[in-house]
Design a protein around this ligand. Structure first.
Ligand code: PFF
Length: 450
């Protein structure tokens, strides 16, 4: 099986696929709205510290385990030791990751479906088909179900194409496009009145918030979700990286791209909110707090686009295409987790597996759609609040405690001759053994209590 295992064709191929996984709705929607409602630059500052000091080391743990084992999460974690007990827990952790990936994808695809509906609505509005526009932007069960289905079909088709011809090809096409659209949107919003006020809120920290423990915990959670950690996506993408590549530098680049895009999305969304306010759209709620989350994306911004007239339609189209692209490249990484497992451990073909697993995820998504009030928030909570941090912690424990230090070094040295004397090797093992597990435990403990 090892000889025919797929690989990304180049360093750039991996970088675009892995940053495609990392850059998602979490960056363009989650990060700016969290920043807006958590003290602006104060949140940004803490987020940067969390991402570099905790999320990057945890990302490296997944990449290194993945490339070493050249296998899916279950097989990979089992292979790290000969002890039957740790092998058993390795397998269990792998399965938990797969289940979490399936559940995250099943709510993520619903949200992604809304983005698709919204960019289509800009087109139909331009054509004057207003009843269709109303249906597309309304919140009916049918609309949600149909667009979840459309989105999952697209995701499944890409994954069924394989590592190079599916995942890498589409990430290589979509990620540069995402960057161009984001830059154009930022440039446009900055020409509008009110933008500078938003920029100030974003970039001037309110230091009274920096010591707030809630803020730190939220920033860590956001950093983990944003880097796609604790599910096994980075492990499986790491398993497709060539032995000639320097993993420490690849991981660093992915982290920088992910943070860079989140920070840039903040440059779009916060100024846009204040432009909206300047144009008379309400951006503070009754309690005087900045409106955030779904209200921001589906009420404040559309209201702003509407006031801009014809150009507003174009901006709206570009904005929701941006969100859709971000969601697609993340969703394919989520689907790849269970698909790789089934393919490798049950020797099925990629095409069949992709459609089978994609179909299963779609069914779960539909179940959530039809029981939206009870299941949607619950699934998000269970996966992002509990499963991701806990499994992320276990990945760190496997890399830091279960796996032999010498073997870890051998893996890192592949493609990085001087690893032994690098700053990375001086700091990372300590982080992965002590700092990351304890910090994640703190977040996990806190979310259990609150
Ligand atoms: N990182 C993605 C985002 O920021 O939207 C979400 C995500 C993708 C989480 C893949 C977990 C995952 F495995």
């Amino acid at each position: 099986m090892g000889a025919v295992r797929a690989e990304f064709s180049s360093r750039l191929g991996f970088l675009l696929a892995a940053s495609g996984s990392a850059v998602g709705l979490g960056n363009i929607w989650g990060f700016p709205t969290q920043t807006a409602s958590n003290g602006g630059a104060a949140f940004l500052l803490i987020y940067l510290v969390m991402a570099f000091s905790l999320a990057y080391p945890a990302l490296m743990a997944e990449l290194i385990i993945g490339r070493h084992a050249r296998a899916n999460a279950v097989t990979a974690l089992r292979s790290l030791s000969d002890n039957p007990l740790t092998r058993f827990f390795g397998g269990l952790t792998g399965y938990a990751g797969i289940l979490t990936a399936i559940l995250i994808l099943s709510f993520y695809s619903i949200v992604a479906g809304w983005m698709v509906a919204h960019f289509l609505s800009a087109i139909f509005q331009a054509l004057g088909m207003m009843s269709l526009v109303d249906w597309l932007t309304g919140f009916s069960v049918h609309r949600n179900a149909i667009f979840t289905l459309v989105f999952m079909l697209f995701t499944t088709l890409i994954v069924s194409g394989g590592v190079r011809k599916g995942i890498e090809r589409w990430s290589t096409l979509l990620m540069p496009l995402l960057l161009v659209i984001l830059l154009l949107l930022i440039a446009y919003v900055f020409t509008q009145e009110g933008a500078m006020q938003g920029l100030k809120v974003y970039l001037l920290p309110d230091f009274s918030r920096v010591i707030d423990i809630q803020l730190v915990i939220r920033a860590l959670g956001q950093a983990f979700f944003s880097l796609s950690l604790g599910v096994g996506t980075m492990l499986i993408y790491g398993s497709y990286v060539s032995k000639q590549e320097n993993l420490a530098s690849l991981g660093r680049s992915v982290t920088l791209i992910d943070i860079g895009i989140a920070v840039m999305a903040g440059l779009l969304v916060l100024p846009a909110m204040y432009v909206a306010q300047h144009n008379g759209v309400q951006i503070f709620d009754a309690a005087g707090k900045l409106i955030s989350e779904d209200t921001l994306i589906f009420t404040v911004l559309p209201a702003l686009f509407e006031q801009m007239g014809a150009i507003g339609l174009l901006i709206s189209f570009a904005f929701f295409i941006l969100m859709t692209i971000a969601a697609v490249t993340s969703s394919i990484s989520l689907l790849e987790v269970p698909v790789a497992y089934v393919m490798e451990n049950h020797r099925t073909t990629r095409k069949h597996t992709a459609f089978m697993v994609g179909g299963l995820v779609t069914l779960i998504s539909l179940l959530i759609t039809f029981n939206f009030k009870t299941l949607f928030g619950l699934t998000i909570q269970i996966t992002t609040r509990y499963s991701e941090p806990l499994i992320g912690l276990l990945f760190c424990v496997f890399a830091g405690w279960v796996w032999q230090r010498n073997q870890v070094l051998q893996e890192i040295k592949s493609g990085f001759d001087n690893a032994e004397n690098s700053l990375f090797w001086k700091v990372w093992p300590f982080y992965i053994r002590y700092v990351c597990p304890l910090a994640i435990l703190a977040v996990f403990g806190h979310s259990l209590l609150s």
